[in-house]
Write a protein that binds this ligand. Structure first.
Ligand SMILES: NC(=O)c1ccc[n+]([C@@H]2O[C@H](COP(=O)([O-])OP(=O)(O)OC[C@H]3O[C@@H](n4cnc5c(N)ncnc54)[C@H](O)[C@@H]3O)[C@@H](O)[C@H]2O)c1
Length: 253
């Protein structure tokens, strides 16, 4: 089980939820993992769990919305491991399902700052490191809301579409330099994500969930980690710029 032997991997938002499972799955496959999260408690807990299992892990407290934190995350990784091979841009926040007529500036700004600017800043910092090393692999966490229109609020849908666009742009422009950039678009996955939403927009929630009964089943964090592993490993070497729907066929209807 060495699909990522010695690959130095930064995973944002990996203190909990999908990101944590990706860190565990990657470490099991031989990766050296950097747990980058702004929640210090869950970050330390995840690092301790990984070390307990004899995996190599570094914890970095980072708010991906802040440029200095993102830069520190990459610099500390290079200082500790000498390189970066893989980045999983997973950190993201929800938008309380606010529909267009109800969207609040504060929500819009938070969602864009974390879900879009955070990804952009990480790309901007890490791509030169990849190019200098001869290449690298990026996995972005989009959402089914990045591929469809009516399954989330306005800000989240716009932000995840931006993630899908950045994925294609980077793949297209840096593919010739051996940089691969793909994304995952999960439907519903049981994590603490829903619980982080407060003052949910009633109208937005109602219209965004009209088709939920057509979703065959929710995904598990392991389902998403398996896809991330495939996209991060050489098994997907000929894939660049795609966003894979991980939704049991929900959006195929
Ligand atoms: N859970 C779902 O149903 C679902 C569906 C589609 C897409 N996604 C996407 O998957 C990703 C992970 O979601 P999850 O369900 O694991 O969420 P989660 O809330 O369980 O975990 C998110 C983690 O990211 C961290 N985080 C949040 N903002 C951060 C920031 N600014 N800087 C650094 N760390 C930050 C949190 O502390 C937490 O540890 C997100 O991008 C989300 O949009 C989730």
């Amino acid at each position: 089980m060495n699909r990522l032997e010695d690959k130095v991997t930064i995973i944002t938002g990996s203190g909990a939820g999908i990101g944590k499972e990706i860190a565990l799955a990657f470490a099991k496959e031989g990766a050296k993992v950097v747990i980058a999260d702004f929640n210090e408690e869950s970050l330390n807990k995840t690092v301790a769990e990984l070390k307990e299992l004899n995996y190599e892990a570094l914890g970095v407290k980072v708010n991906v919305a802040l440029e200095e934190d993102v830069n520190k995350m990459v610099d500390e990784t290079v200082a500790k491991f000498g390189r970066v091979d893989i980045v999983v841009n997973n950190a993201g926040v929800g938008d309380n399902m606010q529909a267009a007529a109800n969207v609040k500036d504060e929500t819009w700004d938070r969602v864009m700052t974390v879900n879009v600017n955070g990804v952009m800043r990480t790309l901007r910092k890490v791509i030169p490191v990849f190019v200098e090393n001869g290449g690298g692999t990026i996995v972005n966490m989009a959402s089914i809301s990045g591929l469809t229109g009516g399954r989330g609020g306005l800000a989240y849908t716009a932000a995840k579409h931006a993630v899908v666009g950045m994925t294609k742009n980077v793949a297209s422009q840096y593919g010739p330099q051996n940089v691969r950039c793909n994304a995952i678009a999960p439907a519903h996955v049981e994590t603490g994500f829903a619980a982080t939403m407060t003052n949910v927009d009633e109208f937005g929630m109602e219209v965004a969930t009209r088709g939920v009964n057509l979703m065959p089943k929710a995904g598990t964090v392991q389902d998403i980690a398996n896809i991330a592993l495939f996209l991060a490993s050489d098994e997907s070497a000929y894939i660049n710029g795609v966003t894979l729907a991980a939704d049991a066929g929900w959006s195929a209807y």
